[in-house]
Design a protein around this ligand. Structure first.
Ligand code: AMP
Length: 405
């Protein structure tokens, strides 16, 4: 018989990772909830056009990485490769511009990209996303960046770098891209084959090239950030001033290129100093043209997406902690009633359920990291697993008094 395995690039989440992931979501809910971001959910698959129009036809995501399929009625559907396009589709569909603005939401769930799997890169991965729609106030950009940093701090990902830039408006960007293409064409002979082939399609990628000749040329290339003027420049300096006043450190990186087409003005990315090639913990930015692109009224928006698996990799192995409060070494109805009472009194409690000897049960209590073990024999004994002390309990009620936390 064929050996069945999880599909390439996917993974099973097993204990104890399941709990660690849940803990990250709790932190996100706590941090974002304090700033008025409410949980939301959109479907895991959408009309392919949502992403083709939303993410951009020319991006790697749309050209190479989408899991696209036809349903039985011949509609083209795509497993979501990112979150923002779906939430913007929902904003338009539900007339959310009529709500008080900005609309602030956050969500978490699986996303899908057909990439070559490697450490930290999967075909199904989990993102936490936060978005603020309907206002271009720079305090939203700064707020979202700070909230993201607070989540990373509380999750314990360790040292990290925040890179920040501004892309201006679409028009500024279009003019700049023409300027950059002109510059690259004039120096074509010094560029790598690959960069040369993509001058028209994606000239910005030249900034990321490994090729030494290309790198030398790019040191002299015009930078988008120097072309940003007027309201865009003011917006960016306000975002920076707010981050400065909050004491958050960042680097201005004029070559920051995000792999999605829809960004305008602020863009940012956070990289872990603990991770290798796939070091980005998350990133995001402003997308003031996206809702209009998807058929809505011109509506500004800003948000970020963070990779949960990457956060877990950066955190590393969790230290051992008490997984349960009480292990009941005993079987049958007395043990069953005792764990039930302990649980309804708020304790995490387990009993023997695999036919172990008393010695085996004590070992199991240890393995589970129990704080207390209650041994049910002719007498009831309560063992403090920290000190090894063992005391007799007169009754089940006594047990409840003896096992504190
Ligand atoms: P992006 O929208 O591409 O910037 O993705 C946001 C974040 O999601 C990244 O910074 C990663 O942490 C995570 N991420 C993106 N793609 C993958 C992937 N294929 N596998 C694991 N995590 C990913």
């Amino acid at each position: 018989m064929k050996k069945l395995q999880a599909p390439r690039g996917t993974q099973d989440v097993l204990p104890p990772d399941g709990r660690r992931r849940l803990e990250i979501l709790r932190i996100a809910d706590d941090v974002l909830g304090h700033a008025g971001y409410e949980p939301a959910e959109t479907p895991v698959f959408e009309d392919t056009e949502v992403f083709a129009r939303g993410v951009g036809e020319s991006t790697d995501i749309v050209q190479k990485e989408m899991f696209t399929f036809e349903d039985k009625a011949g509609r083209s559907l795509t497993l979501r490769p990112e979150a923002t396009a779906g939430i913007c589709r929902a904003y338009i569909e539900h007339g959310m511009h009529k709500l008080p603005q900005p609309v602030k939401v956050w969500y978490a769930g699986p996303f899908f990209r057909h990439e070559a799997p490697q450490a930290g890169r999967f075909r199904q991965f989990t993102q936490i996303d936060a978005e603020a729609l309907g206002s271009d106030d720079p305090s939203l950009d700064a707020e979202l960046i700070l909230l993201f940093d607070e989540i990373l701090e509380r999750v314990g990902v360790g040292p990290r770098r925040l890179r920040l830039s501004s892309l201006g408006t679409r028009e500024t960007r279009a003019d700049y891209l023409e300027e950059l293409k002109g510059f690259l064409r004039a120096r074509e002979g010094e560029l790598s084959e690959e960069v040369r082939a993509r001058i028209d399609q994606n000239p910005l990628r030249a900034f990321d090239a490994d090729h030494p000749g290309t790198q030398a040329v790019m040191k002299e290339a015009p930078l988008l950030i120097d072309r940003i003027a007027g309201d865009d420049a003011e917006h960016f300096s306000e975002v920076r001033a707010l981050l400065d006043s909050a004491g958050l450190e960042y680097e201005i990186d004029p070559t920051l290129v995000r792999g999605l087409d829809y960004y305008t003005r602020t863009v940012f990315e956070v990289e872990s100093e603990r991770l290798g090639a796939q070091a980005a913990l998350g990133g995001g930015g402003r997308y003031d043209g996206l809702i209009e692109e998807l058929g809505g009224q011109p509506t500004p928006g800003v948000g970020w997406a963070a990779g949960v698996e990457r956060m877990l990799l950066a955190v590393g192995e969790a230290e051992g902690e008490h997984e349960i409060d009480v292990f009941v070494a005993g079987t049958g109805r007395d043990a069953f009633l005792l764990v039930t009472r302990l649980r309804s009194s708020g304790f995490r409690a387990q009993m023997e359920q695999a036919g172990r000897s008393l010695k085996g049960q004590l070992k199991q209590a240890d393995r589970l990291g129990a704080r207390w073990t209650v041994i049910l024999g002719d007498e009831i004994e309560v063992k403090d697993m920290n000190t090894g002390d063992q005391q007799r309990a007169g009754s089940v009620d006594d047990v409840l008094g003896m096992v504190g936390r």
